[in-house]
Write a new protein. Structure first.
Lengths: 176, 246
């Protein structure tokens, strides 16, 4: 990306809606997410020379946001985002004959339960399920192996399903 | 479902499995209503995620982001970049000094020995050069343009790097450099000998437009997010370098 043109800024601008969405999903708060977007935009502009044309700008920005969020959490030890203790027995899902849950879950509940996930799980879920990144892209964005992307995703989805179904348990058809 | 792991199911939902794995999973799902039910619920849940965060996609771009993107490009190691960042804050003479202050120094390391510095001004820790004694006190307490009472250290310029660390340009008799506040200590990131320019007294001045590649690389590596004006610098000093970084 040559220093003399505005292509970089135009492309950055076009990414903002998606960066805000990722920030919201990552932090659990639209405001915190926007703060991350702001930091990331500032960093991107000051590090423009470090960006390799031919690599994905969106991945680069997600990565900056993810790192900034982890730093922020680490330094501020924000209680609100402390991961809730989870029952490890996530394999129990699907073994109790529960009904389909989608009609009983609303989008606000999905966002609330996303916040309960560990930040590593939330970021990979946000990249793949929300931002539509492939496993390869998510692995590069997060700097982790593909196998780790896959295991974190599986864990994240299982936990989220448990949390959401625990929120609105389906009536049992038969009591055993 | 013994052979079908959670990872396989998740990869299958994302279309990230090989044709052979896909066949295995689909057979397992067909053979187990329980597994099929679970996969369906995972899939339904997953499809709710993007809609849950869709609000920003149609929202107008907030003004504060537009403002960042509209800022003039600030190549802080060039005089023109400095000028655009500083605006009218500095007199031309000071601006020249600030530019000179930025364009000095060689990345510390092997070249350190060639940069004379008073004994006791720096110490080493884990391979890093750390400002010590009067040097550390001067970095923490002086405003840019001011010198320590002994005249041994002069601060030239303050900035915030891309990671949000405060950095300061300094001069001592015989050397000039950059120190950044990391983990509570001023780490000396660059240090080089100064050469008084002809006719300039002891003021170090680079040839017009020349950028030391090592310095350009050092600045590039850190990234300079913001140069501090006098008020911001004063507030940082008063807060013990804990002031809000804008």
């Amino acid at each position: 990306m040559s220093k003399g043109d505005n292509k970089f800024r135009v492309e950055l601008r076009s990414l903002i809606p998606r960066l805000r969405r990722f920030g919201h999903a990552l932090t659990g708060s639209a405001d915190d997410g926007d703060d991350l977007v702001q930091d990331a935009l500032e960093k991107a502009l000051s590090r423009e020379a470090q960006f390799n044309e031919g690599t994905r700008l969106d991945s680069w920005m997600y990565k900056i946001m993810q790192n900034a969020w982890i730093d922020k959490k680490r330094s501020a030890a924000r209680q609100r985002l402390v991961v809730q203790p989870m029952d490890d027995d996530t394999n129990a899902i699907g073994e109790d004959g529960r009904d389909s849950f989608d009609s009983r879950i609303n989008l606000r509940q999905v966002r609330e339960m996303m916040e309960r996930l560990h930040v590593d799980e939330r970021s990979v879920l946000a990249l793949v399920s929300i931002e539509g990144q492939t496993y390869q892209q998510a692995a590069e964005t997060l700097g982790i192996p593909i196998g780790t992307v896959m295991s974190r995703l599986a864990r994240a989805r299982n936990k989220l399903l448990l949390l959401l179904e625990g929120l609105n348990p389906a009536p049992r058809e038969t009591e055993q | 479902m013994s052979m079908v792991t959670d990872e396989m199911i998740t990869a299958w939902l994302d279309g990230e499995v090989s044709p052979q794995q896909r066949e295995e999973i689909e057979q397992a799902v067909a053979a187990s209503p329980e597994l099929g039910h679970r996969v369906a619920r995972l899939s339904q849940m997953d499809r709710m995620l993007a809609p849950a965060y869709a609000a920003t996609l149609k929202a107008p771009i907030p003004e504060r982001f537009e403002a960042i993107l509209a800022r003039p490009r600030a190549s802080v190691w060039s005089l023109s970049g400095l000028r655009s960042v500083f605006g009218g804050l500095l007199e031309p003479r000071q601006l020249g000094m600030a530019a000179a202050a930025l364009i000095v120094g060689v990345v510390a390391g092997g070249l350190l020995l060639s940069a004379p510095i008073k004994p006791g001004f720096v110490t080493t820790s884990d391979g890093d050069l750390i400002a010590n004694n009067e040097m550390a006190i001067s970095l923490a307490s002086l405003q840019s343009g001011d010198a320590a009472a002994s005249q041994a250290v002069r601060i030239k310029l303050s900035m915030i790097d891309a990671e949000g660390n405060y950095c300061r340009q300094f001069e001592t008799s015989g050397s000039a450099g950059l120190a950044c506040l990391e983990g509570g200590t001023w780490k000396v990131d660059a240090l080089s000998p100064t050469k008084p320019a002809a006719g300039q007294g002891d003021q170090y001045v680079m040839a017009d437009g020349a950028v030391d590649p090592a310095i350009a690389a050092a600045l590039d590596r850190r990234g300079v997010k913001q140069l501090l004006d006098r008020a911001q610098e004063a507030s940082a000093i008063a807060s013990g370098w804990k002031a809000e970084k804008n």
